[in-house]
Ligand binder design. Structure first.
Ligand SMILES: Cc1cc2nc3c(=O)[nH]c(=O)nc-3n(C[C@H](O)[C@H](O)[C@H](O)COP(=O)(O)OP(=O)(O)OC[C@H]3O[C@@H](n4cnc5c(N)ncnc54)[C@H](O)[C@@H]3O)c2cc1C
Length: 374
């Protein structure tokens, strides 16, 4: 039977970043992806924001890997000519009761070692963004936007040049562990099956990462690793408002999401989203009847919008982990040796800021392999 040293399951931005990072030190890497190209799920269905690391709990992986990822991603954009804009962002209090939230976020961000932060008054908000309404805000200079497709393409190209094999239309359908190695069974788009052996498995299967963990023999219910799906829809804002705001504008966050924010695309066009609600099965429809919710939320800080300016655009789905019924606040990244799976690394619940953190996640996984798997 064929053998490969390292198998990465999933070619979203996280799988690609790991393949890219490992390709400079390791030979014999394969990336398995069930679609016929990279980044077809969550990695192409997000706000494309390079986050600063403001929101996440001190010392969490999310905080550390986001702050590190922010720097790495800008470096990579410059080095590889990936389109990006370091536009900055303002988190707004639109009611007096929210000013404390903004100040708390500022303190938290400082603890997380975020740079380029400033608490700003309504006067300053008005100078910076005359079309925006807010009573106070937190300005983040290091937040930006990126062309995610080109980011992923650059990582795919360089990984291939370094010898990584990308096997598209290859869905992992079974994993057997003989104590030493893993036998991976894949199914292609014609339904043909093929299996091979591998020493190290890195599970970056996004919305299906819990299913892959389960194929490897992990009891995902007992271990609190079952993913729930939380959809986030976006509505586009009419192009007559293109260019009206220069910075990303966010409300204060909710326990489930960063709130319905104004997204700026690289061409200056605007969107608003994402909302957050649970779904049972994966589908990317946008419910037109949600327009009113989007209108009410966005006009709290973008009073220039009229309801007819909003059109259903796209959606993405968050892979949410819950720990004892409360949203788990961190990424789950674990070498599962204590579960009897030496060489098996799970990345589960890689929701926002997974895009920003991806290059730092890759370095973290590389170190884990070096310290624990070889
Ligand atoms: C609405 C929304 C907005 C967001 N906004 C931002 C943002 O602005 N900034 C930010 O930093 N982050 C953001 N995120 C988070 C970010 O998009 C994700 O963290 C990131 O894309 C996750 O990448 P991934 O590679 O882990 O998953 P995915 O992109 O989902 O990739 C997983 C891949 O695994 C493949 N796969 C699954 N099962 C199998 C199998 N059995 N066999 C083979 N392949 C398989 C899938 O086909 C898929 O291609 C947002 C997320 C959402 C939902």
């Amino acid at each position: 039977m064929d053998k490969v040293k390292i198998t990465i399951i999933g070619a979203g931005c996280v799988g690609l970043a790991i393949a890219h990072e490992l390709s400079f030190e390791h030979d014999d890497i394969i990336v398995l992806e069930k679609w016929d190209s990279f980044g077809r799920d969550t990695s192409s269905r997000n706000s494309e924001v390079i986050h600063a690391g403001i929101y996440y709990n001190f010392n969490s992986l999310k905080a550390k890997l986001c702050v590190e990822g922010n720097k790495l991603i800008y470096e990579m954009c410059k080095k590889k000519n990936i389109p990006y804009k370091n536009c900055g962002k303002i988190i707004l209090a639109t009611e007096l009761s929210e000013t404390d939230n903004v100040e708390e976020l500022f303190k938290n961000a400082k603890k997380n070692n975020c740079s380029g932060l400033e608490l700003i008054s309504s006067k300053k908000i008005n100078e910076m963004e005359p079309e925006i309404k807010g009573i106070s805000g937190l300005f983040s200079k290091t937040t930006g936007i990126i062309d995610t497709h080109k980011f992923m393409k650059a990582m795919e190209i360089e990984s291939e040049q370094n010898g990584v094999t990308f096997s598209y239309s290859s869905e992992v359908v079974n994993i057997d562990h003989n104590g030493e190695e893993y036998e991976i069974l894949i199914k292609d788009s014609d339904g043909k099956k093929f299996s091979f052996l591998t020493e190290i498995v890195i599970n970056c299967a996004g919305l299906y990462a819990d299913k892959i963990a389960s194929l490897a023999g992990i009891d995902i219910i007992k271990e609190d690793l079952r993913i729930d799906y939380y959809k986030g829809e976006y509505f586009s804002i009419s192009n007559r408002h293109k260019g009206k705001i220069k910075r990303l504008i966010y409300p204060v966050p909710t326990p489930l999401s960063l709130g319905l924010h104004a997204v700026i695309m690289l061409d200056g066009s605007l969107k608003v989203g994402p909302n957050a609600f649970q779904i049972d099965t994966i589908n990317y429809d946008v419910d037109e009847t949600h327009r009113n919710e989007f209108f009410n939320e966005s006009t709290k800080y973008m009073p220039f919008i009229e309801e007819a300016d909003l059109q259903p655009d796209m959606s993405g789905i968050r892979p949410k982990l819950f720990y004892k019924n409360t949203p788990y606040q961190d990424f789950y990244i674990s070498h599962e040796k204590t579960k009897g799976l030496k060489g098996f690394i799970n990345l589960i619940g890689i929701e926002s800021p997974g895009l920003t953190a991806s290059p730092a996640i890759a370095k973290y996984v590389k170190q884990t392999i070096k310290d624990e798997c070889l």
